[in-house]
Every structure is written in C-alpha cells, then in structure tokens.
Design a protein around this ligand. Structure first.
Ligand code: ZN
Length: 147
C-alpha cells in the first residue's frame, strides 16, 4: 500500500471538522478497504475527542469505535473495515508527534493528520504505522484525491 484515496468531499469535511474544533484536536475514524495499490476511504466517522487535554492530544470516543466495529461486522458484505483514523494538530506540524508515536498500538493503521493554523486547515498528510525492531515508524502515504 502506497496511497490513501479520499474524495474531494471527504477532504473538505476533514478540513471543516479541524477548523470547527480549533484550537482543540478533532478526530475521526477512517473506514474503507484495499483497492489495488491504494487504500480507499469509504467513510469518515466523526468521534468525540475525549482526551482530558484536547488542546494537545486526542483520544477517540471508544463508544463510536465499538459502534463502528459492530456495524461493519454486521454488514453481510464485510467489504469495509476501520483502516485508520484522522486527527488535527492545532498550530502544529502535519506529521505524527512524539505523543502520537507513543500511542501506536496497532501496526498497519493509517494515520491521517491535518495541521490547522490559526483556524485554517492545511491539506492533510497520511502515514502508515509499521512495526520495526526499534519500535514503530511512520511510513508516508501519497494522498490521491478523487471526485
Ligand atoms: Zn497528533
């Protein structure tokens, strides 16, 4: 997998969510499936950031996580799964922070991150957490926009 494919509408929604939550971090689950060499996002599921320090970190609402897992499991087609998550970095970098790196527990998940500077969201960047001998590393993914 080298690319993450999102629609223009999904990218616009993420920008809106990041801007609405600013100066706090916003977060969402990414649902989708593998399609050739890309990961196709089919759904962005907004989740409350339940962190006690939401200006500096995020914690996805586990109720939304479980409800999404259940819904995908009950779908007879079973086409999609949770492929990763998105969160915003208010006035931060568009790359995983040291705190993010410490949070990785599930290698293979996509980390999509939008920097939001002074309430304006920049284009997100995507990474995939991979397991290495020394711990976890983030491999950049190309973002493919589709209509
Ligand atoms: Zn972060």
């Amino acid at each position: 997998m080298t690319a993450l494919r999102l629609s223009v509408a999904q990218l616009a929604r993420l920008a809106e969510l990041g801007q609405a939550a600013w100066p706090r971090e916003a977060c969402a689950l990414l649902v989708g499936h593998a399609d050739g060499d890309a990961l196709q996002v089919t759904e962005v599921v907004l989740a409350n950031n339940i962190s006690t320090d939401p200006d500096r970190e995020f914690e996805l609402d586990p109720a939304v996580h479980f409800a999404t897992l259940r819904r995908l499991r009950d779908d007879p087609a079973r086409t999609n799964s949770i492929i990763g998550h998105w969160h915003s970095h208010p006035n931060g970098r568009d790359a995983p922070s040291a705190k993010d790196a410490a949070m990785v527990s599930d290698p293979g998940l996509v980390w999509l991150i939008s920097a939001v500077h002074d309430g304006r969201a920049l284009a997100p960047r995507a990474f995939r957490a991979i397991s290495q001998e020394t711990g976890f590393a983030f491999l950049p993914l190309t973002i493919e926009q589709q209509d």
